[in-house]
Design a protein around this ligand. Sequence first.
Ligand SMILES: [Zn+2]
Length: 374
Amino acid sequence: MQRAIKLLRVMGIQISLDYTWFIIFGLVAWTLAQGYFPSVSPGLGVGVYIAMGIVSSILLFACVLIHELSHSYVANRLGMDIKEITLFIFGGVAQLTKEPDDPKVELKIAIAGPIATGLLAASFWFVKEILDSFAIYPVASSIFNYIVIINIVLIIFNMIPGFPLDGGRVLRAIWWMKSGDIQKATMIASRVGKGFALFLIFFGLLQLFTGNIIGGLWAVFIGIFLQQVAEGGYREVVIKKSLRGIIIGNIMTRGVITIEGDFSLQRIVDEYFFKYHFNSFPVISSSKLVGVLSLNDVRAISRDAWGTTKVRDVMKPIDQQAILSQESTALDALTKMVELGVGRLPVLGKGRLVGIISRRDLMKLMAFKTDLGI
Ligand SMILES: [Zn+2]
């Protein structure tokens, strides 16, 4: 998530803010300041409405954050490892480093957010009632009233039983518990999610035609977003399931072409890049893997210097994180590739380079399995 800025740390969890949040923040504040508040609390100044809009947006943001933190808090208590939450256009996404392998864990994590939102709604309602009964701070009461409404809307929206929404996760967990089949459970929750997404898109388009531009656009965008996540969530489970049981040692490419650290770049270009057409080569020094030389590393050096520049001077030293063992699974490999943003990983056995695994190898494997109906 490079599009996000780091905001603060809570309970060891990094909270980041996707740039799309600023758009939403502005849009919500503006809609409230010029439409909602003037109609529910008439007779105030423009400046007051703007301030009300901004304060409400900040409170809304805090409520969404608390909702996400509740999911993460419960997840971490149950042995998951959530290090980062990114708040983006339609709420938040907790970065799960692993998926729960027990439906009860998933159920508890899923329900924690809506419970927190329910408590928030109740607390704000309580404060608002007190203010109203003494007839004091009408502006604050109006803001709290809005926050109560928005939290109730958040609960209803989140509890729609379509994946990836919380309700969809609850449905998935219950189905998974009953059947023991996470793939089937995800498929059903995803289908409901996609159905709801299509309904939202359709509803949004209808709104657009009847002149409700902003509401219509909202519905269409949220629908498209949910549709994509529902689709992706199911595909992810299928991919994970099929990659989990595969040992890297059985599928990696052996007999990797390696180069020596003291070779010159000229020699590598002539005898390796031209011959094998690979984008990068592992670099070996006294039979140990020490780095990787890519075409980009060579390109960064001017041509006249290729004869005198040695591989070890321009290669990227090997990142200890970017190494797999023969016993790792294909799922470990894919997770690592996604995390590090690389397409190939070296595989070590007893400290020596024994093979290499690429994203393409994994995709080919998936395609074979699908073709054979496995
Ligand atoms: Zn949630």
